[in-house]
Design a protein around this ligand. Structure first.
Ligand code: SF4
Length: 101
C-alpha cells in the first residue's frame, strides 16, 4: 500500500487480514457488494483511534482507492472538489464534520 508508512498506521484498526475489506477486489464488484463491503469498512473506521490522521493523509495524497478515514473513494473526491473550490480551511472543517458522523 505505502512505500513508507506514516506512524499512525501502527494503531490502525484495519491492520491484518481485515484490510482486504477496505479495497475493491481484483474482479468486477456489483454495486450491492461494494456498498456492503464499504459499510463494513466504515464501521471499523468509526471505532479506529487514528481516523482523523488517516483521512487527512488520504486527502493529502489524493488517494483514489479504498476506504480511508471512514470515507469511500467517491466521498473523498467530493471533499477534494469542494476544497478546490473553497480553499484548504474549508477542507479542515469538512473533514471534522465528516469524522463526527
Ligand atoms: S480510519 Fe479506517 S482506514 Fe483509516 S486506519 Fe482506521 S480503520 Fe484503517
Amino acid at each position: 500500500m505505502l512505500l513508507e508508512s506514516p506512524p499512525w498506521q501502527e494503531r490502525a484498526a484495519c491492520r491484518g487480514p481485515i484490510a482486504k475489506v477496505f479495497f475493491p477486489p481484483d474482479h468486477p464488484e456489483p454495486r450491492s457488494a461494494r456498498d456492503a463491503r464499504e459499510a463494513r469498512a466504515k464501521a471499523i473506521c468509526r471505532a479506529c483511534p487514528v481516523r482523523q490522521p488517516c483521512l487527512d493523509y488520504a486527502l493529502s495524497i489524493r488517494e483514489r482507492h479504498g476506504v480511508w478515514g471512514g470515507t469511500s473513494e467517491s466521498e473523498r473526491l467530493r471533499l477534494i472538489e469542494r476544497s478546490d473550490r473553497s480553499g484548504p480551511t474549508d477542507l479542515t472543517d469538512l473533514t471534522q464534520r465528516l469524522s463526527a458522523r
